[in-house]
Design a protein around this ligand. Sequence first.
Ligand code: PLP
Length: 386
Amino acid sequence: MDNELRFGTRAVHAGVEPDPTTGAIMTPIYQTSTYVQAAPGDHKGYEYSRTQNPTRTALQNSLAALENGRHGLCFSSGMAAIDTLLKTLKPGDHVVSTNDLYGGTYRLFTKVFATYGITFTFTDMSDPAKVAALITPDTRLIWAETPTNPLLNIIDIAGLAALAREHGCLLGVDNTFATPYLQNPLDLGADLVMHSVTKYLGGHSDVVMGALVVNDDGLAERLAFLQNSAGAVPGPMDCFLVLRGIKTLHVRMQRHCENGAEVAAFLSEHPGVDRVYWPGLESHAGHAVAAAQMRDFGGMVSFTLKGDRMEDALRVLSSTRMFSLAESLGGVESLIGHPASMTHASIPREERIANGLADTLIRLSVGLEDVADLLSDLDQAIGNRS
Ligand SMILES: *Cc1c(COP(=O)(O)O)cnc(C)c1O
């Protein structure tokens, strides 16, 4: 599909062709493990579904088109996508990453790949000078995430891309929070984009999946080799669900951003709230960079309560009626979470607080409900405790 077409048109059409045998407008769920050959090696491009499946091919092409990339690869989870990428490295190689990395990625780096002799260093990536200072002749990969979880810190992708080029290493960006609707890292000079498709791309909290998108043909070939060798691929039913989710990505994201803006503004004025973290607020430290590299500011909003009592936060979490208490994000329904006791509970309290993760920090994935209902729900849950 022509990448000159605008985003919404690509979301609806890219990668998807009417089924050649029946004309079905929706890509069929090719629920098959294998494909009949007329003679050994004489086939229609498909041999075995770990290697290739037509439903997955359509999704991979759709994702590549949305990220303005040449090659898309899908995996059975976001973590499987990062796992496959790290298998392009070898013992002795070094990776620089951000110190507020997604917890699962941090675990994969430090508890799995570190045991195979790959080394990792973490820093505050909102300052490119700190990243530059950590690069060694062994550095092969800079791994960034922006906005980050849960403080929505912003990292300058173009700045890191220049650094990566200068030092001959790759830049990979976890674009899960922004989605291709808001931000295209490849256009900003990154070599790889990764998604937890589980979140906004699927968008309906019914699939776990991951993806990588790259431009370089050699890198794509190596990743496809690893994808087939290790085999962490999604099934065709899940690929179908995500293809369906992507058709409304632009409409959903527009509303996530509008509702996010209203929730952030409401919380900023609320007497029970101390700080609000949303990159669209001018008070946010990363606002200028976010305004330059993103098209809007997304539906993830974090905030702290006045005072420092964890019980206050726990009471808010159990008082919301519209926001469900759950891990994950990016679905049509609003979710609420508490990093200190959920996603970041394994980090010692002092370290957590030093990194800005207060006991009263609450993270919202603002969904697509009518925003007035979301605001009144937050208002009754927070109460008036100034
Ligand atoms: C959820 C998430 C992941 C992991 O993806 P899974 O699909 O859960 O394996 C990685 N990065 C970010 C930013 C995420 O939110």
